[in-house]
Design a protein around this ligand. Sequence first.
Ligand code: GLU
Length: 323
Amino acid sequence: MSKFKPFLLTTAFALTASTAMAQEEQFITIGTGGQTGVYYVVGQSICRLVNRNTAETGIKCTAPSTGGSVANVNAIKAGDMTMGVAQSDIQYHAYEGDVPDFEGDKKVENLRAVFSVHPEPFTVVARKDASIAGFDDLKGKRVNVGNPGSGQLATMEVVLDAKGWSMDDFSLASQLKPAEQSAALGDNKVDAIVYTVGHPNGSIQEATSTVEANLVPVEGPEIDKLVDENPYYAKATIPGGMYAGTDEDTNTFGVKATFVTSADVSDEVVYEVVKAVFDNFDRFKGLHPAFANLTPEEMVSEGNSAPLHPGAEKYYKEQGWVE
Ligand code: GLU
């Protein structure tokens, strides 16, 4: 037996050595949104792909549920999150510091774009018995306008401003989280809910199947003007038949979900995250139906307004996706 001892010792040494290497692990966190939304799946999917390579890269990724876009860019600014998902309008305003949420000290100068993801129509769902056929019918109604920190609350404020309305035009403007608002609609606590979110998704499915409900078009001259004047907005259509109660297409406007980080995050980390996603792109696309139409070329070129992070740029150059 004794002659095996040196071998065992060698193995033990080798294991210790590799453990020491593994201790150089880096933990990264991705800010997402509510657990019933699509951001949560974006974050979880990216982490799943990143964590397949932990043995080689040392990077360990987690993607907790958060309040959404505004919460995520603020957490990135503070260094509490490494990366996060944010609406293209929030990316723009956070970097430019041109709206009250991000003015002065609140400007997120270190924000960097990584890639854009799925389109997110500004989605309004109303109880059928509330007889809401268009956005203007929301006047005087009980509306869940989005939780603090969410993209939908920020976009709702923009829409109200464009229409010359305020939160006081609703009889109730509640701020429940996405995971709570579908039930609130079903329980007749509110007449309508808003969610800037990719489709199809479980949250709107729940809202439209627990009670008779319809999607509400968001259109008109004020919306046309918003889309004409701002590069991060586009007209959007939610296909008829996707959800119970709405057989016709619903016209609205929307943004893109984008993936962002900080200039303070190393090129190496961002490169490895981007590589994990695009080296396994078909697998990534298969993780949520809202990802079905994604193409790398569009993800790199559309929806991003903050400067591209150099770690991401390096990978895109290697692929020939950017000059
Ligand atoms: N667009 C929403 C937000 O910024 C989140 C949507 C989702 O979680 O899929 O807060």
